[in-house]
Design a protein around this ligand. Structure first.
Ligand code: HEM
Length: 132
């Protein structure tokens, strides 16, 4: 069971990162061309936030089914920050009378920076997988 959660958590990171990169490209294009925030932007933002939340849930399952060591604190703090900053900036943008691309771009961009830092905090590479 612990292996299943670990491998799911390890693999889902690629989907989170892919969703983040696609969202950043779309938001950057929308921001540069000053287009109004549209359905595509909403879907990409929600997909990134949803996958990130699922990853946080899986991370908690890995945490309770495997051993704990102090360096995990850095991983957890940075990942929670990533989820909070993405969710808050996407939600604030949605509630604005005229939603734009700047807040979603900042939210997802910062979240990706925190995620990369969080992976490195446990001595792993963004694209490396630990065999168990
Ligand atoms: C609060 C949220 C999270 C918790 C509690 C958590 C917890 C954990 C734990 C316990 C491990 C195992 C460490 C080990 O065995 O050495 C781990 C590994 C890992 N986590 Fe998380 N995590 C969280 C969020 C995230 C997020 C958001 C991502 C990326 C999007 C992520 C990516 C990874 C990666 C890449 C590994 C290493 C996998 C490998 O070595 O193959 N985690 N996490």
């Amino acid at each position: 069971m612990d292996r299943m959660f670990f491998y799911a958590h390890s693999g889902l990171r690629y989907l989170v990162l892919l969703a983040g990169v696609l969202a950043i490209a779309y938001f950057a294009f929308g921001f540069a061309t000053k287009r109004p925030f549209d359905k595509g932007g909403r879907i990409l933002g929600a997909s990134f936030a949803g996958l990130l939340h699922l990853q946080v849930l899986l991370g908690i399952l890995v945490l309770v089914t495997r051993f704990y060591y102090p360096a995990l604190i850095g991983h957890i703090v940075l990942m929670v920050l990533a989820a909070v900053v993405a969710q808050v900036l996407l939600s604030v943008n949605r509630r604005r009378p005229q939603p734009g691309y700047a807040l979603p771009l900042a939210g997802v961009g910062l979240a990706i920076v925190f995620i990369i830092g969080g992976i490195m905090a446990i001595g792993r590479g963004v694209f490396t997988t630990t065999a168990m």
